[in-house]
Ligand binder design. Structure first.
Ligand code: CAA
Length: 244
């Protein structure tokens, strides 16, 4: 970091996959990092034991819980300067088989979660005249994917949300950007049926899944002190799978 001030970063879905890699990358760079999670306590505890990064449990889909959770993190670490909206879920099914519940659950976590979390930190960032928000979208929000009308809609929604909020933060030193990762070596991808995954990898020109750290390095780029002129952008990190 080029500042003497230690910035505080909160990463949602921060104890596994891209979120965990992001926490570890930012901690290595000297940021003070908090991880949010919603799943298993034991996995989060193992993450904290391994990395020394503290974690807090709440659902980003719950507006009230986000307000309370952010307050708890800020009481422990100080005002949040950097928010990485990474928490996301899949409930893949073709439209005919997609239940209203699984449509709503994906929208609530992936898209409304970004709103809930941004709403908890954005105004204070504007008052302090510095902030970084990075929203994790997906190549499938740009290109579409069979069986993911819910997920693709949520991830495409994140791109519009990012651009609109970037306009609201621009005059106050708050940048808002999106990253659209391609298929990354995480649990979310590991549950794709074994007979389908090879056909997906065959469509990735680089010829492999991304490592979570390869997405995290892009987050680090966007949250840096000298990244203040980058706002409203979407950065594709997809191995050449989709070029927008
Ligand atoms: N394109 C066109 N047709 C397809 C297809 C595709 N990609 N996949 C399946 N079909 C066809 C089948 O051939 C079959 O046709 P017939 O009925 O004529 O035989 C029909 O669609 C099957 O439809 P079903 O609704 O019965 O499909 P299913 O229930 O067997 O499986 C699915 C649907 C669960 C979505 C399965 O296709 C799947 O898991 N696909 C992978 C989805 C995927 O890529 N998810 C990404 C998760 S990771 C992630 O999201 C992270 C990120 O950001 C990248």
């Amino acid at each position: 970091m080029t500042t003497t001030q230690v910035r505080v970063a909160l990463v949602t879905g921060g104890t596994a996959g891209i979120g965990a890699a992001t926490c570890e990358t930012l901690a290595t760079l000297g940021y003070r990092v908090a991880a949010n999670f919603c799943g298993a306590e034991d996995r989060a505890a193992a993450f904290t034991r391994r990395t020394g990064i503290r974690s807090w449990r709440w659902s980003v889909a719950d507006h009230e819980a986000c307000t309370t959770g952010v307050a708890a993190v800020e009481a422990a670490l100080g005002p949040i300067d950097i928010l990485v909206n990474n928490a996301g879920i899949t409930r893949d099914a073709s439209l005919a088989k997609l239940s209203p519940e699984n449509w709503q659950a994906v929208l609530d976590t992936n898209l409304t979660g970004c709103f809930n979390m941004a709403r908890s930190v954005f105004q204070a960032m504007r008052v302090r005249k510095w902030g970084r928000i990075v929203n994790i979208s997906s190549v499938n929000g740009e290109a579409g994917q069979f069986g993911q009308t819910n997920y693709a809609a949520s991830k495409a929604g994140i791109l519009g949300f990012t651009k609109a909020l970037a306009l609201e933060g621009a005059h106050a030193g708050v940048t808002v950007n999106a990253i659209a990762p391609g298929y990354t070596d995480t649990e979310m991808v590991r549950v794709i049926p074994a007979d389908i995954l090879p056909s997906i990898i065959a469509k990735i020109p680089v010829g492999r899944l991304a490592a979570p750290a390869e997405i995290a390095r892009c987050v680090a780029f966007l949250v840096a002190e000298d990244a203040g002129f980058i706002t409203g952008a979407t950065i594709d990190v997809n191995g050449g799978q989709h070029m927008g």
